[in-house]
Design a protein around this ligand. Structure first.
Ligand SMILES: *[C@@H]1O[C@H](CO)[C@@H](O)[C@H](O)[C@H]1NC(C)=O
Ligand SMILES: *[C@@H]1O[C@H](CO)[C@@H](O)[C@H](O)[C@H]1NC(C)=O
Ligand SMILES: *[C@@H]1O[C@H](CO)[C@@H](O)[C@H](O)[C@H]1NC(C)=O
Ligand SMILES: *[C@@H]1O[C@H](CO)[C@@H](O)[C@H](O)[C@H]1NC(C)=O
Ligand SMILES: *[C@@H]1O[C@H](CO)[C@@H](O)[C@H](O)[C@H]1NC(C)=O
Ligand SMILES: *[C@@H]1O[C@H](CO)[C@@H](O)[C@H](O)[C@H]1NC(C)=O
Ligand SMILES: *[C@@H]1O[C@H](CO)[C@@H](O)[C@H](O)[C@H]1NC(C)=O
Length: 264
């Protein structure tokens, strides 16, 4: 298969998730790999909106393609403090994405465990996904560590790469979507990719507009938003996207070697 083929696959897959992202319905466990920084105040929100969603969350979720889902995912975290800073909201969005990633991970583990000897294609797809998830979780962690240090362009590149691995997994699973468990996993992946995209777009807005959430908005085009990341901006982390295919992300994700912590 040519790289051209995979370029198109990734591109259409992205468009598919981009335009069809809607409210995920599956809900499972809730592990919290990333914790919020201390809240500035435990007092109730000073300016609750009619629908009870803190105004700062409403503003930040303007960066999302789907603000209502973004808002509800962030307010679902029951411990959400008031007077959130932009940084805290981004870290919350990242945490939501990490939780969904953990769910997707366990679903794919189940797929792998239940795959019979005849399911060679499914086994390969699931293994590739798990490898990609590990890389994606690692990028989530790098992102969460970089943001409070103000290394926003790094965070942007890490998050973009993390998203790329998730899209790669969906692309793999899509080709073996023959059973209900796979279809359900793909559904969760769709939600995961939506939440990761939210986090990425928030980081991009934070990079461009800083904490002025009043100016936050979705990227104007896919080129502005998704594909450009890492090509012009950034600090040369090298995990961005170029020409439609995430660099470092081959269809055979098993070939990808996870960098060590010393790589930065
Ligand atoms: C994904 O995250 C959202 C928001 O926190 C949550 O409602 C949903 O249950 C999660 N889905 C899975 C499968 O973990
Ligand atoms: C919350 O933010 C508002 C406006 O940004 C400010 O007036 C208020 O003092 C803050 N409250 C706390 C407890 O920090
Ligand atoms: C596995 O994938 C190959 C290539 O796409 C295909 O020819 C084959 O039929 C698939 N096997 C099964 C069991 O689906
Ligand atoms: C990410 O961080 C969490 C919490 O510190 C940790 O449990 C997990 O092992 C890390 N994952 C990776 C892939 O580095
Ligand atoms: C996976 O297959 C199921 C059953 O054919 C279908 O309903 C679902 O839309 C497919 N998922 C995707 C993402 O194409
Ligand atoms: C945004 O950041 C600036 C500079 O760090 C700070 O002075 C200002 O108070 C912040 N505004 C909000 C709303 O957090
Ligand atoms: C995928 O990568 C692994 C590890 O590098 C390699 O062993 C395997 O042959 C590759 N598979 C394909 C189809 O390229």
């Amino acid at each position: 298969m040519t790289s051209q083929y995979f370029s198109l696959t990734f591109f259409y897959l992205f468009l598919f998730f981009f335009f069809s992202f809607s409210e995920p319905h599956l809900s499972e466990n809730s592990v919290t790999p990333i914790s919020l920084p201390p809240s500035p105040s435990p007092s109730p929100s000073p300016s609750p909106s009619p629908n009870n969603i803190p105004i700062e969350i409403q503003l930040a979720c303007k960066a999302s393609k789907d603000p209502p889902t973004c808002e509800s995912s962030l307010t679902e975290l029951s411990h959400i403090p008031s007077n959130l800073t932009a940084l805290q909201i981004i870290l919350s969005a990242l945490s939501v994405s990490s939780q969904n990633l953990t769910s997707a991970q366990s679903m794919v583990k189940n797929l792998l465990d239940s795959a019979g000897a005849g399911d060679a294609n499914l086994t390969v797809a699931a293994k590739n996904c798990l490898q990609g998830f590990g890389n994606s979780a690692y990028r989530h962690n790098l992102t969460a560590a970089a943001l409070p240090r103000g290394e926003i362009k790094d965070a942007r590149a890490w998050m973009s790469a993390g998203l790329g691995y998730q899209i790669g997994c969906s692309s793999n699973l899509l080709r073996v979507n023959g059973t209900l468990p796979v279809a359900k996993t793909l559904e969760v992946m769709k939600g995961l990719i939506g939440f990761t995209t939210n986090a990425l777009w928030m980081i991009m807005n934070y990079d461009i507009h800083g904490n002025e959430t009043g100016s936050w908005a979705p990227p104007k085009t896919e080129r502005d938003g998704f594909w450009e990341v890492g090509s012009g901006s950034g600090s040369g982390s090298g995990f961005g996207f170029r020409g439609g295919v995430p660099s470092g992300l081959s269809p055979n994700v098993t070939g990808w070697v996870k960098p060590s912590f010393q790589d930065r």
